[in-house]
Design a protein around this ligand. Structure first.
Ligand code: HEM
Length: 430
């Protein structure tokens, strides 16, 4: 849109974004719900033991129906969403490769989980909002917001690798936080036509992305790829494009009809409720990465459909990156919209000479974001593609043709496309 028609520069505080900590809440997330909700908290306390004993599903079915209207301020709702997300996905998965997947979510979990998600304008499925943004604390409350002091509240498996898997994205949110303020500062500077201030702000953005890349590479330090593949990743899976959940998940007692309901399959005999399909958790739901894409003008186009898709099964060709935004909070989605409508940094630097500091700094930021995506593709190769091949070789199965991510995407084409779309955002000298 022409700069003259651009919207106002968003104020971070209006979207619950902290200038210093970005999308990490300040103060940190709640660690326990009020006493009334102890039955949920106690299941979470004993989660690993219940899973090992094979007693989790029985225990969940014995839970009382809790009244969600007794939840108070927003942080309580966020914690309740996280607690139920952990309990529900433990109930679905059990122990990976030991238990069979259970597609029916009992009413005592399904109804309150659905109600809480609706209140928060989230989807009732494990997501970045639960395992990351609502699931950390500071070891020393007075200490720094970095990996020496951030800890994970809950894991499914109880292994260090899973905690590290969740910690790295949090570390990235922390080191990347100043880039959000820098992008809106750049937009303010555009309004004053202050080229050097735009350049200075973009320099901060690049510095943040460089630090995020260093953080991302630390994934290998404490998350063993085999443990990730065999013990951790299943819990993040959704019910979309999931071969183990061909009909989706059945939410007992939830009768509301919306776009996520699979209306092709009737309820299981004797039950009332709806079959629902959702993408699972992915760090691709990081609001920081989406902000960088929007702020720097990285455009995500529709994905080409696979030639093997029959016209009847073809899903709408929405880019999964845009679909992932549906799993972020309403406030965060509103922020992306406002950031995208404010003066365009890319458009502004495109109008400058190729030797201008602002254009050079802009392209540096885009190259840094492309490096992030290169490193990430290497990580998915090590943690997913190679593990999948090893597993196929050990069982004598045919090597799979495609790979579906926990977010339900066709992994390789998707990641290649987002990397290409990042490269396409570079401003070329004319
Ligand atoms: C062992 C570590 C990781 C694995 C195995 C992994 C795997 C994946 C997979 C499979 C996808 C495709 C979407 C899906 O269907 O889930 C994806 C997308 C994505 N992931 Fe990761 N991921 C890892 C760590 C991270 C971290 C630490 C970040 C940082 C925030 C991150 C950011 C993203 C982003 C932004 C996307 C969207 C695609 C893109 O922007 O290129 N991932 N990841």
């Amino acid at each position: 849109m022409p700069q003259t028609m651009a919207g106002p520069v968003p104020r971070l505080a209006d979207y619950g974004i902290d200038e210093a900590t970005g999308f990490l809440s300040n103060p940190p997330p709640l660690r326990r719900l009020p006493a009334y909700f102890e039955p949920w908290e106690q299941v979470l306390d004993d989660l690993h033991q219940l899973l090992v004993a094979g007693a989790l599903r029985t225990r969940v079915r014995k839970l009382p129906m809790m009244d969600t209207s007794r939840l108070g301020p927003k942080p309580e709702w966020h914690r309740a969403f996280m607690v139920l997300s952990f309990i529900a996905h433990s109930h679905i998965i059990g122990i990976p490769k030991v238990d069979t997947v259970e597609p029916i979510i009992p009413e005592v979990i399904a109804r309150p989980w659905f109600a809480i998600a609706k209140k928060l304008e989230l989807k009732p499925v494990i997501s970045y909002a639960a395992v990351e943004l609502a699931n950390w604390f500071l070891l020393d409350p007075e200490g720094p917001l970095d990996l020496s002091n951030i800890a994970i509240q809950h894991t499914f498996s109880g292994v260090f690798d899973e905690a590290w898997f969740y910690l790295i994205p949090l570390g990235m949110e922390a080191v990347g936080a100043p880039s959000i303020k820098a992008m809106v500062d750049a937009q303010e500077a555009i309004l004053r036509d202050d080229e050097s201030a735009v350049a200075a702000a973009l320099h901060i953005v690049t510095d943040c992305i460089d630090k995020m890349c260093v953080m991302l590479k630390r994934m290998y330090e404490k998350n063993d790829p085999h443990i990730f593949w065999s013990r951790i990743r299943n819990y993040s899976g959704g019910s979309k494009n999931n071969a183990n959940l061909p009909n989706g998940l059945f939410f007992e007692g939830v009768t509301e009809i919306d776009a996520d309901v699979n209306q092709c399959v009737p309820p299981p005999k004797g039950l009332v409720g709806t079959w629902r399909c959702y993408a699972g958790a992915s760090a691709g739901q990081s609001p920081l990465i989406h902000s960088l894409d929007v702020g720097l003008g990285v455009h995500h186009a529709s994905m080409p459909q696979k030639s093997s898709d029959s016209p009847a099964t073809k899903a709408p060709a929405v880019n999964p990156m845009l679909e992932m935004r549906e799993y972020l909070s309403a406030e965060q989605r509103a922020f992306f919209k406002a950031l995208g409508e404010a003066p365009s940094i890319r458009e502004y630097v495109s109008s400058l000479s190729s030797t201008s500091a602002a254009q050079i700094e802009f392209n540096n930021a885009i190259r840094a974001l492309k490096s992030f995506r290169d490193i990430h593709i290497q990580i998915t190769t090590v943690y997913i593609i190679l593990q999948q091949k090893k597993e196929a070789a050990s069982t004598g199965a045919m090597s799979p043709k495609g790979t579906v991510g926990t977010g339900g995407t066709d992994l390789v084409p998707f990641l290649r496309q987002t990397r290409q779309e990042t490269i396409d955002a570079l401003v070329k000298s004319t």
